[in-house]
Design a protein around this ligand. Structure first.
Ligand SMILES: [Mn+2]
Length: 302
């Protein structure tokens, strides 16, 4: 398969700096070598989207901090994601904080709309990322992105790369969730998302939970995008994230999820975000992310 690695080193969407170094950390952890060893063709790393230094950027509206520079960079990512799909590549998007996903999701939405294909999104995250400027306690855009893709929130985000809803909430599922804001929770329920919280995973077990997720998307959509926020992992495995939260996925649970998603035959794109080398120990979070990417793209033990 032709994999196109799209990097967006942007950390304006979170309150902790450092995830702008995530792509470099994943490169160092052998991402390209892992994919090449699996037989994938990985061209040059795309596309070198320029991001202004945060120190010189305008924070702007405290309800949606750094909206201007985030929207500008994500508009470029949307176009690059769409182009990668048009050129027959599997887009593998690397953040940056999770705010970059409004770029990738908008590009995916535009492409599939044009092709008349249905698509879904699996959000693998400790958080819902379903706030709007009205519900967000922090004003950090990385917590508003899934909502924006589903049509809720600031018009500059919901209307990025075309004035239409990019993602149907009925085709959106979350897994690993264990911390939600109250306004966010209400909005998620109203939108009709499918949510497997960490408690649900504990009840059913990881194998059954993953089976439910795959069954949900099969027969419902033509293609699936998976967006992995590394904070879904337990901080003992992945300490290098902006908002570490206890009770996360184990190493083996994450790899099983990734392997089964690959086996579904639906996966058309993937994304790994919130690797923060400043907060990491010996690059272990980036190494975990690279292992997940490998399983998503076909790595098997035997
Ligand atoms: Mn997230």
């Amino acid at each position: 398969m032709k994999v196109r690695i799209l990097e967006l080193p942007l950390d304006f969407g979170a309150s902790r700096r450092g995830s702008d170094m995530g792509p470099s950390a994943m490169r160092l952890a052998g991402l390209k070598e892992t994919l090449t060893a699996l037989g994938h063709e990985c061209g040059e790393i795309f596309p070198g989207i320029p991001v202004p230094a945060m120190e010189f950027a305008e924070e702007g509206d405290p309800g949606a901090k750094f909206l201007g520079p985030i929207a500008a960079a994500c508009g470029r990512l949307a176009a690059e994601t769409e182009r990668a799909l048009e050129e027959g590549c599997f887009p593998l998007v690397l953040g940056g904080d999770h705010s970059i996903a409004i770029g990738s999701l908008s590009g995916l939405g535009a492409y599939y709309k044009k092709k008349g294909l249905s698509w879904g999104c699996l959000w693998v995250d400790a958080h819902g990322d379903f706030n709007t400027p009205d519900t967000s306690p922090s004003g950090n855009i990385h917590g508003m992105i899934l909502a924006a893709a589903c049509g809720y929130g600031h018009p500059e985000l919901t209307g990025l790369h075309g004035g239409f809803r990019k993602l149907d909430p009925a085709n959106t599922a979350l897994i690993g969730v264990r911390d939600l804001d109250s306004g966010e929770r209400r909005l998620m329920k109203a939108a009709g998302l499918t949510v497997l919280t960490m408690t649900d995973v504990d009840r059913a077990g990881i194998a059954e939970s993953v089976k439910r997720i795959v069954a949900f998307f099969k027969g419902r959509v033509d293609r699936l995008h998976v967006s992995v926020d590394m904070d879904v992992m337990d901080p003992s495995i992945a300490p290098g994230v902006g908002i570490p939260l206890n009770g996360g996925f184990s190493h083996r649970e994450a790899l099983l999820l990734a392997e089964e998603l690959a086996g579904s035959g639906l996966l058309g794109s993937a994304e790994l975000v919130e690797v923060n080398p400043v907060l990491d120990t010996r690059n272990q979070t980036a190494r975990m992310a690279v292992e997940i990417a490998g399983r998503l793209l076909g790595a098997r033990i035997y």
